[in-house]
Design a protein around this ligand. Structure first.
Ligand code: SF4
Length: 404
C-alpha cells in the first residue's frame, strides 16, 4: 500500500526492530520498578494487550535490583529508562536488560555517554537515543532560538556521533514532542539524514480521548509516509490502553497481522431500529478479550445495513424487532433483538473455527433472505425509501437555485 523507508535492523532481546521487521508496539510500566511482583503483573497485562517491548524506569539502585528479578520472568524484552544518572545505565545492564533509553538532554558528558555505549556494545544491548522536546539540551535550545525540529535532530545526531566514536551501532532514535506538527517535522527531517530505526511517539499526549487523537495524528501521519519502526502511545491512562491503541493502529493500517476483532458499526440515523450505540458498545465489550481476527459489523437497519457492510466477515442489522445476521453479505439467520450480541459472538466463534463458507453452508440462507426481505419491505413501508429524505431535499434545493 505504501513503501516503508529502509532502515538498519537491530534486535531488542528477541524482538527485531527496523530492517523491514513488523512495526512493534511499546509501552512503559507505571509501577515502582523495585516492586517486582506489581511490575511483572503490569508487564503480563501489557503483553496480553499487544505490547512487544516494555520499558521500566531505572532511577535508583532498588530499581536496578528489581530489574535483575524482573528480566528473567518477563514474557517480552525489557528496556531500562535512564535520566540524569549514567551509572543507572551501567547498573541496568548488570541487571540483564535488553535495551536502554538514554535522554541526551540530561546525560550530557561525552565520557559518560561513551562509557555507557562501550558497555552496551560489549554486551550486545541496544540503546534508544530518546530526544524529548521538553528536556532538550539548553545549549541547543538557545542556539536554535527555542524548541525546533532541527534542534531535536541535532541533539540526536550528536549523541549518535559519540556512539560511533566507540563503534556502537545498535541504536534507534526518537525525537518526541507534545506538539504534533513539530514532532512530525522532526521525524521527517531525521529520516532524511539517518537510516537508524525510528521509535515514534507524541510525548505527553495526555488523558483520553485527546491523547488518542494527538498520538494517532502524529504516529499515523509518519507511518503512512513509510517512516517509523516501533511506536509508543504516551497516554495519561492505564498503560494497557497504550498497548491496545498501538496494536489497533497498526492493525487498522494493515501494518500488523490482524489478531483482534475489527468492529465496524454504522453511525446510526433516523432509520435505525435499535440503539446502535448501545448494541455496538456491548458487542465491543463482548469481543474485547476474544482474539478473533474478523471484521464484524453492527448496523442499525436492515434496509441499508447488510449492503453497506457486505465486505465484513459477519454482521447484524436490526429490522422489525429482530436481528438479521449476515456473513460476507449473505443473510444467514434471524434472531430476537435481545439476542443480537450473543448471536454475533456465537457466529464469530464458529467462523473463526470453520471459516465463512462453512458458516454460510450451515445456514438456511433462503429462509434468512426471505425474512430479511420482509422486514426490509416493512421498514421502507413505514419510513419510506430514505428516512432522512435527503434526496427529496436536494431536488428541492436544485429547483430553488435554478428558479433564481
Ligand atoms: S441507514 Fe441504516 S445502516 Fe445506515 S446509518 Fe441509518 S440505521 Fe445505520
Amino acid at each position: 500500500m505504501f513503501e516503508r523507508r529502509t532502515t538498519r535492523g537491530i534486535m531488542v532481546g528477541k524482538v527485531a526492530v527496523g530492517g523491514g521487521a513488523p512495526i512493534t508496539v511499546q509501552s512503559m510500566t507505571i509501577t515502582k520498578t523495585a516492586d517486582v511482583e506489581g511490575t511483572l503483573q503490569q508487564i503480563y497485562a501489557l503483553a496480553a494487550a499487544g505490547c512487544d517491548i516494555v520499558r521500566c524506569t531505572c532511577n535508583e539502585q532498588a530499581a536496578a535490583e528489581g530489574l535483575a528479578q524482573i528480566v528473567p520472568r518477563s514474557p517480552i524484552p525489557i528496556i531500562a529508562d535512564i535520566h540524569h544518572q549514567y551509572k543507572m545505565a551501567l547498573a541496568a545492564m548488570d541487571a540483564g536488560v535488553h535495551g536502554l533509553r538514554l535522554n541526551p538532554g540530561n546525560i550530557r558528558k561525552p565520557e559518560h555517554i561513551r562509557a555507557v555505549a562501550s558497555e552496551a556494545r560489549d554486551r550486545n544491548i541496544s540503546i534508544r537515543i530518546g530526544v524529548n522536546g521538553g528536556s532538550l539540551d539548553p545549549e541547543l535550545y538557545e542556539r536554535h532560538g527555542g524548541l525546533t525540529a532541527s534542534a531535536m535532530v541535532e541533539s540526536a545526531m550528536r549523541e549518535l556521533a559519540y556512539f560511533q566514536e566507540v563503534d556502537f551501532d545498535l541504536v534507534k532514535i526518537s525525537v518526541k514532542a507534545s506538539n504534533v506538527p513539530l514532532m512530525v517535522e522532526a521525524y521527517r527531517m531525521l529520516s532524511e539524514v539517518t537510516d537508524v530505526p525510528l521509535h515514534l511517539g507524541v510525548t505527553e499526549a495526555g488523558p483520553l480521548p485527546g491523547g488518542y487523537l494527538k498520538a494517532t495524528a502524529g504516529i499515523a501521519t509518519l507511518l503512512l509516509e513509510g517512516i517509523g519502526d516501533t511506536i509508543r502511545y504516551s497516554l495519561t491512562a492505564d498503560p494497557v490502553e497504550e498497548a491496545r491503541a498501538g496494536r489497533q493502529l497498526l492493525e487498522a493500517l494493515g501494518l500488523r497481522e490482524r489478531k483482534n476483532v475489527d468492529l465496524i458499526a454504522c453511525p446510526s440515523c433516523g432509520r435505525a431500529e435499535i440503539d446502535v450505540i448501545d448494541v455496538a458498545n456491548r458487542a465491543q465489550a463482548a469481543f474485547a478479550d476474544r482474539k478473533l481476527p474478523l471484521q464484524i459489523a453492527v448496523m442499525g437497519c436492515v434496509v441499508n445495513g447488510p449492503g453497506e457492510a457486505r465486505e465484513a466477515d459477519l454482521g447484524i442489522a436490526a429490522g422489525n424487532k429482530r436481528g438479521h445476521l449476515f456473513v460476507k453479505g449473505r443473510n444467514v439467520a434471524v434472531v430476537p433483538e435481545s439476542e443480537m450480541v450473543e448471536s454475533l459472538v456465537e457466529w464469530a466463534e464458529f467462523i473463526h473455527e470453520h471459516g465463512t463458507d462453512a458458516a454460510i453452508a450451515r445456514a438456511d440462507t433462503v429462509l434468512a433472505e426471505r425474512e430479511a426481505a420482509r422486514d426490509r419491505a416493512k421498514a421502507i413501508d413505514d419510513k419510506g425509501e430514505d428516512a432522512n429524505h435527503d434526496h427529496d431535499r436536494i431536488v428541492e434545493i436544485r429547483k430553488t437555485v435554478a428558479g433564481q
